[in-house]
Design a protein around this ligand. Structure first.
Ligand code: COA
Length: 175
């Protein structure tokens, strides 16, 4: 399965075990890890990549994708569907390798996975929790059509400091 963004050269595809070294290279960066959950390993080893790939491959339907730009693997994006009364909601997560920042890749990847979630997975609401200092990610979500819903004050404890979490969400207009 490949999800293609018209004209931009951005695509989403399933992750393969052959991606392990490239994933570790893209992910092993404090400028990436500082914007993500502490669950995201730092440093990021090949063994961490193996574990992620196994986990991603076990899910059906596919929820975690490689992001490609002109056929090159440049980042990851995923949806995390919630449970119980939140079952029509999913949290989105993504990163791009730093050498590929600033080319609109994340924005196009977010648009692709939102369309996939709404059209293929019966999801009604997709949301993100952005650390208050992450201006690039706020911009990505706004460009992709997400609305700012509010701040959870000092909800984030990252690298020994408290930060607000900014909630962004987009709703499925069709169902
Ligand atoms: C956030 C991230 C995914 C953005 O990827 P990207 O491919 O560079 O994003 P895009 O190019 O689509 O858009 C980034 C926008 O932010 C802007 N931007 C970047 N740094 C910025 C800053 N410090 N202040 C304000 N805007 C900034 C860019 O100019 C661009 O906007 P523009 O198109 O209007 O010029 C990438 O920086 C990343 O992987 N960061 C680490 C992981 C992360 O933050 N994940 C998301 C967690 S919520």
């Amino acid at each position: 399965m490949k999800l293609l963004h018209p004209l931009s050269g951005v695509a989403l595809r399933k992750i393969q075990i052959e991606d392990r070294e490239r994933l570790a290279h893209l992910a092993n960066n404090p400028n990436v890890a500082n914007n993500l959950l502490d669950d995201f390993p730092h440093p990021y080893s090949i063994e961490d990549a193996d574990q992620f790939i196994k986990h991603a491959q076990a899910a059906s339907p596919t929820l975690r994708f490689c992001i490609e730009k002109d056929g090159e693997y440049v980042g990851n994006i995923g949806l995390h569907p919630k449970e119980d009364v939140y079952k029509r909601s999913a949290e989105i997560g993504y990163f791009i390798g730093e050498e590929h920042w600033g080319q609109g890749i994340a924005t196009h990847a977010v648009q692709l996975i939102v369309a996939y979630g709404f059209e293929q997975l019966d999801i009604h609401r997709i949301y993100a929790g952005v650390f208050s200092y992450n201006s690039a990610s706020k911009k990505v979500l706004e460009k992709a059509g997400f609305d700012f819903e509010g701040a959870s004050k000092e909800a984030i404890y990252k690298n020994g400091q408290l930060y607000d979490e900014l909630r962004f969400a987009i709703l499925n207009p069709n169902h």
